[in-house]
Structure formats: structure tokens, C-alpha cells
Design a binder for this molecule. Sequence first.
Ligand code: EZ4
Ligand code: CO
Length: 402
Amino acid sequence: MKITDARLIVCSPDRNFVTLRIDTDEGIYGLGDATLNGRELAVASYLQEHVVPCLIGRDASMIEDTWQFLYRGAYWRRGPVTMSAIAAVDMALWDIKGKALNTPVYNLLGGASRQGCMVYTHANGADIAEAVDSVQKHLAEGYLAIRAQAGVPGIASSYGVPKAGKPYEPAERGLPSESVWSSERYLRFAPKLMEAVRASVGPDVHLLHDVHHRLTPIQAARLGKELEPHDLFWMEDPVPAELQEGFRTIRQHTTTPLAVGEVFNSIYDAHELIRNQWIDYLRMTVVHGGGITPLKKAADFAAFYHVKTGFHGATDLSPVTMAAALHLGLAIHNFGIQEHMPHTALTDEVFPHSYRFEAGYMHPGDAPGLGVEIDETLAAKYPYQRAYLPTARLLDGTVTDW
Ligand code: EZ4
Ligand code: CO
């Protein structure tokens, strides 16, 4: 089966998405997600100018060979732009293989290891009372695991807090906004938030919290200790993780489980974290981590070190990535949990899909391949709009991690 065409569909049904469609001489096509929040056109151009010309005429069944060709063959390795582009090709080829063999992708990855993938969703509010309400609302929807965030007193626009009445979506159209950050104020507040949420839900609900890379290791160690009585499922991204050794200090001081990896794009971003058992959950994504092929290998490597998966699943990952994550999560033995930040109704309309949510779990469905389509006519009505993630400064004006 030869690749005859590959093209990009860039659209913005409430937010930007970059999708790759690969066609074959047997009439079977596949879809891959190439969305990199705030840097979408860099990946689209990488694919269009440098990858698509090399795909035409290749054997669509050779997934591993194509991955190695794109990774090693470019000489310039890694980085989010490169790896998101390779991921899109990889996802599309797994989609094609599933359709060609008339089976869902999870069957090609070893078959289902469980009935469904437990997911967690986001609860948030301007203050603790609103966050507690939001947690209760999501419990009523059937979620068994919930991430809680709330506005920090004295900080104007805290991470994870929506604009009045709208679902939380960090990317904003136009140029990057600036928010203010104080780790001191946050450290005084976060334990109170999680204490109130735990008191409201009782012992059985899994609670998570995202620090979003904002603390130093010793600050994160202190927070982890203070959160221990509230029994978190995990504390996410406590520090920026370029320095993997940063986690050693945190680990020495707290038994709160640690999750990291949503910005990683290679197993080499995480191998020390895994090998030293400094983390409990690996949050790499199929799209930014280079595709299903390397994520399966990363998950298998993590399994040998007691590390489970907790793949990133925010709205800036398209439904194609959500499907890929669910197929992989259903198949691997060391699946931990899957993030589920539901897309808007319009996004779901542009990307009809077979995955479904039921009673706290998601299932990828049994459609052949990944089980996601794209309505190109509808997508064309919503052209790309420049958008960025916010930036952040400390109270004295110093640029800090958002
Ligand atoms: O800020 O996906 O855990 N989820 C997150 C997300 C990220 C966005 C960045 O594009 O941290 O909300
Ligand atoms: Co996060």
C-alpha cells in the first residue's frame, strides 16, 4: 500500500488544530494530529515543506521504518516542532493500518488490558467555594477523579481559572497576555484548597492538582508534605523539568505521588526521572512525544520502574490525539489515568469520533483504526487565528514560568 497524497488541514473551531491526512493507493486514508499550542504554523510548515514530499510513494505499512527515517534521517533530532510533526505521520499510519486490517488500533498494540481508561477532568473556580462547587458538578457527571484549581488570593489571573462563565481554555487569540505570579501566596493557599475539596468529596474520590512548573524543588517538597493529609492521586509538574535531578529533592521529602511530562518530547527528557523512580506518572502525549510508536516504548520502559502513565489530555490536543491516547492506554499494562478536558461541541462536530465517556471511564470505541474523522467542509468555515498561551511575571516584574 503506497502513500499517494498527504495534506494539512489547519482550522480553528473554537481553538486552533493542525491535522495531517495521508491517502493511499488503496483508497484508505489516515489522520494525525500535529497541534502545538501557540506554535501551530511552525509544525504545519515543517510537515508541508520538509516531510510531505518524502512521504509520497512510501509504503504506508512501514510505521517503524518511517518513524526512524523522519527522526534519524533529518539529522536534527527532538524538539516539540519536529516531534509533533513526526507524531502526526505516525498516528496517521497507525490509523491506516487499523483500517486496512479492519480492527481498532488498540488491538494492534496488544489488545485491551482493561474495560476502559479511568479519566480525570478539571474543576476550577475563582475561589475555594467555586472550586468545590465545580468538583461536585463533575462528580455528578460520573467522574471518579478530579483535578482542582482555584484563583489564588492576591493573584489576578491564576492558572486554571476560567473567564466568567466560559470553560477554561488557556490559549487566547491575539498576542500573549501577561499574568502575575507569587509562589509565596500560592504556597499559603494551595493546601487550604485541597483540604476543602477533600472535606467535600470524602475519601474515595481521586484528587489531583497541577502546580504548572512554578515552584523550586524545595518549595515543591514543602507543598508535597503539606498536601499529604489530603491524599492526592498526584501533584503535577511541581517544578520546570528540564533538570531531571530537580525531582530528587522533592522525592526525598514527600510521599505525595508526582506526575510530569506534558511538555516532554523524547524519552530522554524523562529517562533519569524514570530510572531513579523520582516520579509516579509519566504525562507525555502522543502528539508532542513523537507518536504512538515512541510512546508505547516509553510506557514499556516506565513499567519496569513502577511508573504508570497519565497522558496529557487538554483541549489543545485534538480529538485525534485523544483517540490515540485511549487506544494506547487501553492496551498497555501500566496505564494509570488519562486527562480528559472535554472539547467544545463545535470541535467535536468538526472531528466526529467513536471514543466515549461513561461512568468515569473512556473507551476508544471499536471503529477500525483510530475512530476519528474530520468534516473538512465544516472545518473550512473556521480558519486559523493566531493565539498564544499567557506569559507570567513575578510581583517585581521578572519573567517567570507560566
Ligand atoms: O497548560 O495544555 O494539565 N494540563 C495543563 C494544560 C496546559 C496546556 C498548554 O497548552 O497543564 O492546561
Ligand atoms: Co498540566
